[in-house]
Design a binder for this molecule. Structure first.
Ligand SMILES: Cc1ncc(C[n+]2csc(CCOP(=O)(O)OP(=O)(O)O)c2C)c(N)n1
Ligand SMILES: CC(=O)[C@@H](O)[C@H](O)COP(=O)(O)O
Ligand SMILES: [Mg+2]
Length: 637
């Protein structure tokens, strides 16, 4: 029986002899590789924190000492050491282990939000609460990556934490030099200068070979080293930088030397005040295909072959089309520049970056900065294209509203992963943008239904110079192109029917609307299908189309509250067109992780599901009309 199988609780980790830990680490790595090879998930980040997480659970007493993870994608080892190793066969499966911390899974898990750069704020609050309650024997531990440390919230929190010498808080900076790609910016250069300098290698060698293993003498010698390090300040700037902030700094520590990490953590805990422990790790450590994976060290691979490291091929995706179109646009429009928030490859901007290296900006995990910097670029005569995952735009809402739209700046925001994403759980679904964007004056929003329309609408968006535009599309494989059979104002008519139902298909929902229309024929219900293309502002032609039908159905891959359906209902009400509007979309709740297709099916966003719901709506409508012939003002569904 392996060691890992015996770990039911962090106490079991504490009981192990130091000599057993390398074998435990090996078993953990084996389980990480086999689990992610089967189901996909975050391999590189978790391989990099094996020794670090073992040390955390040997030094601190989770959950009394809360151990918090920024973003949470690197918490698989934490899950294994808190009794869940046996569940990794269900990783990221519906009803199985979440790929992020989950409060319902374990008392050892605290933060479920996968949006980066939040952990220090949680830690600040938790540490204040503990202090207020006089629980002096507790310590809050926050693990933050070097990438997450480029996010503004992290510095807001650091500023607050530095002002409180009494907070029992240990900040572990997991510095592997990468987000997906190498981390950018001034902070990263600080950290990387440390890693690259000769003097640092000497310092690390000293730390690695002497202090970590000398329990009694280690601490004073460590202080001496710190003193010496002051003399090397041109080399060890992070210490200076953090200490200038008023924060104690311990490090840099070799994050794959479990003993050294343990010693550093114990030392940091003895300070009883906010301390930064700077740990150097390697993303993908221990699995060569991840270590040597140029793009992102197997940050979040598809299922793959363990022997060869070959990932399951990814289907031709919306992102691929966006990537190619951006290169085309970049050739024609020298004013077009692109901005990524540390996700150059995942958002498809790598090809643009290669073609136009002086017109790409990677701002780090800093979406707020990305949007306001884009406003500045636009004021300077550029047309920026900011590519982010839809859910991460939430963080930059005020910047889009007050820095971009208020000044009517021609910025194009491209939202990848719009709609249900699935595997990454509730905080990753792009189900908010069509609601929050409705309130932004002067902003136009396009939702392409297929690859051909993505190319067209992206070109239209970057041609709009009197205000901001948004183009949104979902995760995953492209559907077949659906050609229009006519036009209605600026809208595409995809199918003409009689007066029964007007189906308004938002973006990729066109595919299931066409399927539903065919199924409705069999029920004797005739549906017209239109694709608005631009869902904000809505096309006035929609009013006339609606007036000619008995029921309007809007289908959107976004939260129903305040989305396109509500906008259509408002448009018709304002035009005194008294036709009932039904909206089918994502229920306004946090969706548990599961495969995208499974979630869409469960919430009725399939051809069959739609046909069934519309049939029921038409039947309800008929009953109402029979029993109350006077048309009742119909609120939206
Ligand atoms: C606000 C936000 N933007 C983007 C992402 C996407 N994302 C997930 S992990 C990651 C990289 C994190 O890098 P780092 O903090 O260094 O952790 P590592 O993966 O290196 O352990 C990014 C950009 C996110 N989760 N949250
Ligand atoms: C943790 C995080 O935010 C990303 O790594 C996310 O898991 C990427 O998901 P995709 O697979 O959709 O790129
Ligand atoms: Mg990193």
């Amino acid at each position: 029986m392996g060691i890992l199988e015996t770990i039911k609780d962090p106490l079991d980790v504490k009981r192990l002899e130091a000599g057993e830990l390398p074998l435990l680490a090996e078993e953990i790595r084996d389980l990480l590789v086999s689990s992610v090879a089967r189901a996909g998930g975050h391999l590189g980040p978790n391989l990099g924190v094996v020794e670090l997480t073992i040390a955390l659970h040997r030094v601190f007493d989770s959950p009394r000492d809360p151990i918090l993870f920024d973003t949470g994608h690197q918490a698989y080892v934490h899950k294994m050491l808190t009794g869940r190793a046996g569940h990794f066969g269900t990783l990221r499966q519906e009803g199985g282990l979440s790929g992020y911390p989950s409060r319902t899974e374990s008392e050892h898990d605290f933060i479920e939000n996968s949006h980066a750069s939040t952990v220090l704020s949680y830690a600040d609050g938790l540490a204040k609460a503990i202090t207020l309650r006089g629980e002096t024997d507790r310590t809050v531990v926050a693990l933050i990556g070097d990438g997450a440390l480029t996010g503004g919230m992290a510095w807001e929190a650091l500023n607050n934490i530095a002002g409180r010498k009494d907070l029992p808080l240990i900040i572990v900076v997991n510095d592997n030099g990468r987000s997906y790609s190498p981390t950018i910016g001034g902070l990263a250069s600080h950290l990387s200068s440390l890693r690259m300098s000769q003097g640092y290698e000497h310092v690390l060698e000293l730390v690695k070979n002497n202090l970590g293993r000398v329990p009694l003498v280690g601490a004073p010698l460590y202080d001496t080293l710190h003193g010496i390090k002051k003399g090397l300040k041109d080399i060890l700037t992070p210490q200076v930088m953090f200490e200038d902030l008023g924060l104690k700094y311990v490090g840099p520590i070799d994050g794959h030397d479990e003993g050294a990490v343990e010693a550093a953590l114990r030392r940091a805990r003895s300070f009883r005040g906010p301390v930064i422990v700077h740990v150097l790790t390697r993303k993908g450590n221990g699995y060569a295909h991840a270590e040597n994976h140029d793009e992102d060290c197997f940050h979040s691979p598809q299922p793959f072959d363990i022997e060869t490291g070959e990932e399951r091929p990814r289907p031709h995706s919306w992102t691929n089309v966006f990537s190619g179109e951006m290169v085309e646009i970049g050739a024609e429009r020298k004013d077009v520049v692109a901005i990524t928030a540390a996700m150059l490859h995942p958002t498809g901007l790598a090809a643009f970056a290669e073609a136009y290296p002086d017109r790409i900006y990677d701002v780090g995990i800093a979406e707020q900065h990305a949007l306001t910097s884009a406003a500045g670029l636009a004021m300077g005569g550029a047309h920026p294209v900011v590519a982010v995952y839809a859910t991460f735009l939430n963080r930059a809402f005020d910047q889009l509203l007050m820095d971009v739209a208020l000044h009517r700046q021609p910025v194009t925001v491209v939202l990848d992963r719009a709609g249900v994403t699935g595997d990454d759980g509730p905080s990753h679904n792009g189900m908010w943008d069509l609601s929050i964007l409705q309130v932004i004056p002067g902003l136009s929003v396009a939702a392409p239904r297929d690859g051909a329309r993505l190319r067209e609408l992206l070109a239209e968006a970057v041609a709009i110079e009197d205000g901001p535009t948004v183009v949104r599309f979902p995760k995953g494989a492209l559907p077949k192109d659906v050609e229009a059979v006519g036009k209605l104002g600026g809208m595409d008519v995809l199918r003409t029917g009689d007066a029964d139902v007007l189906l308004v298909a938002v973006g990729p929902m066109a595919e299931i609307c066409m399927e539903a229309a065919t199924l409705l024929d069999a029920q004797g219900i005739s549906a017209t299908v239109v694709d608005p293309r631009w869902v904000k502002p809505l096309d006035e032609a929609l009013v006339l189309a609606a007036a000619a039908h008995k029921l309007v159905v809007v289908v959107e891959d976004s939260g129903r509250v305040g989305g396109v359906g509500d906008a259509v209902a408002r448009l018709l009400r304002d035009a005194d067109v008294d036709v009932p509007v039904r909206t089918y979309g994502i229920p306004q709740r946090f969706l548990d992780h599961a495969k995208r297709a499974k979630i869409l099916s469960e919430i009725g966003l399939t051809g069959q599901g739609l046909a069934r719901q519309i049939t029921e709506a038409v039947a309800r409508r008929s009953q109402v009309m029979e029993s109350h012939p006077a048309r009742l003002a119909q609120p939206t569904d």
